[in-house]
Write a protein that binds this ligand. Sequence first.
Ligand code: ADP
Ligand code: MG
Length: 591
Amino acid sequence: MNRNHQKKKPWLWVPPWVVIGAVLVLAPIFFFLTVDSINRQKGNTIALLKEKGAALIRSFEAGARTGMMGMRWGGAQVQRLLSETAQQKDIAYILVTDAAGTILADSDPGNIGNPYGKHLDLKQISQSHSLHWREVYTGDGKKVFEVFRQFVPMRGRSGGHGAGRGSKMRSGDWCRGHMNPGNASDRGSQVIFVGLDMTSVEDAAGEDIRHSIFLGFIFLLIGFAGIVTLFMAQAYRSARTSFSRVKAFSDNLVENMPMGLIAIDQEERIASFNQTAEFMLGISGHEALGKGLPGILPRSFQDFFEGLKWESGPINRELKASLDHERTLPLEVIGTALTGEDGAPLGWVILFRDLTEIQHLKREVARSQRLASIGRLAAGVAHEIRNPLSSIKGFATYFKERYRDTPKDHQTAEIMIQEVERLNRVIGQLLEFARPMSIQRKATQLGDLIRHSLKMVEGDAKQKGVTLDMESDPHVETVQIDPDRIKQVLLNLYLNAMEAMEEGGNLSVAFLGMPTNHSIQITVSDTGPGIKPEDLPNLFDPYFTTKPSGTGLGLAIVHKIIESHEGEIQVESLVGEGTTITMVIPHALED
Ligand code: ADP
Ligand code: MG
């Protein structure tokens, strides 16, 4: 079930390599961006803290300078200033050391005199103007951002953080003898350290990092969703394109297939009706689509469909569809129920093809087989009869001579001879029919041939009051046929026509060239009594005759000759109106 579902909408399914690929591409990008953002925030924090520390030092310097006016460094006033300043929130401590690292003043007065900044090059720091910073841990484990630089409580430091504007003062003046006694070169060589409590900054930075990571993760998700959506959109598009290509192909296939196709939906309405079905049944698709079967399709189709509804598998039948009152079409019909991929019923489909040609061929094959076996038998019998026949004829001739003086016996012998000759002729005809026939095509003036053949029956026709007509095609000159055989065909047909028209009538012959397929068409028509419909299928069978003295071989031979010319013969006859025999002989016209 699940698999089917996937099959139905393949674009909904994202292959694992897309997921893995998206993660592999996106993760490093977002990792880098997040780390970068965190670093930048950290940089900002440091800059901020440095700025804060520098400002504090400046303000402390300024305070120290104001204090300097009236008192000496190290007095209670200065220490108080230091302690008070250090009381400010976020300030862990402030201390001042000399260049050797001895604490001169400290917000915690208890530390005065202790060494500080062991690992720092305090001498160098106390001589330069630049601001330094570091992160240190206090004794109680608190992290402190420490900003330190040269401490210049007196005016006189040139440049440097805007503290030294105005008239110059010797920086060592205020402290000489107290803080730095007797060392003229170390004048002003003190370092001030400001420890800034980082807890709140750290908290804020932590918050920022979490925020950055969270944002990074969100962007990662959005990017991932974007890639997957893109992939799905692409897959959907290609699925749609291939679907419409497949649909166009199958529509075309249904329309142009050489079989009739009718699809019926679940409401038993016609859902599809292809061109071949339109052509075969003579119903237009517009008329049929969306309608129910009754009133549209022939009765036999409706019955077939009723049967189909109750069958689980496909069914195959031969049926005759009556198209209108006259025409019925033999059809082979195959029908089956249609189901969707999930087994849900969709409707039915009926395929059918015209069996007219196949049935005709089947009849032809059966007839040829019948003829072949009859021919073989007849040839054998004829051969056996011929030998005794010639001795009978010999005896009859003998008796005819012997009873020359007895007229009655003489006459009997004469009749015997005639009958034997007739029998011999019939057997000759039979043997000719049974022998395989070979024809020799020759360039023949067809008009002349027909005129000549008509001449041969002229006398007979006159006797019976039959008029003769001929219609020729002026464009046809010579044709490639076996002239003797075709004359035999014509004579046989004339004979039949004449025998049919005992009370007179008209016999007409016409020929017509068909240059498109190099054939000629010859028609022989009479105005005789016609042929009964039930006799029509048997006309070309050997020995089929309705005449008391007929041989039934005339039309069989005609058929055989036309067949040897690879031609076709057709009989149309209406009882009481007459008979028309049409022959088409291919490869008869020259290019
Ligand atoms: P036969 O002439 O010896 O009977 P054919 O093979 O020539 O044999 O003809 C077979 C039968 O076809 C005839 O017996 C006759 O019933 C019918 N037939 C042939 N041609 C005609 C025609 N022009 N008009 C009516 N019936 C015909
Ligand atoms: Mg005949």
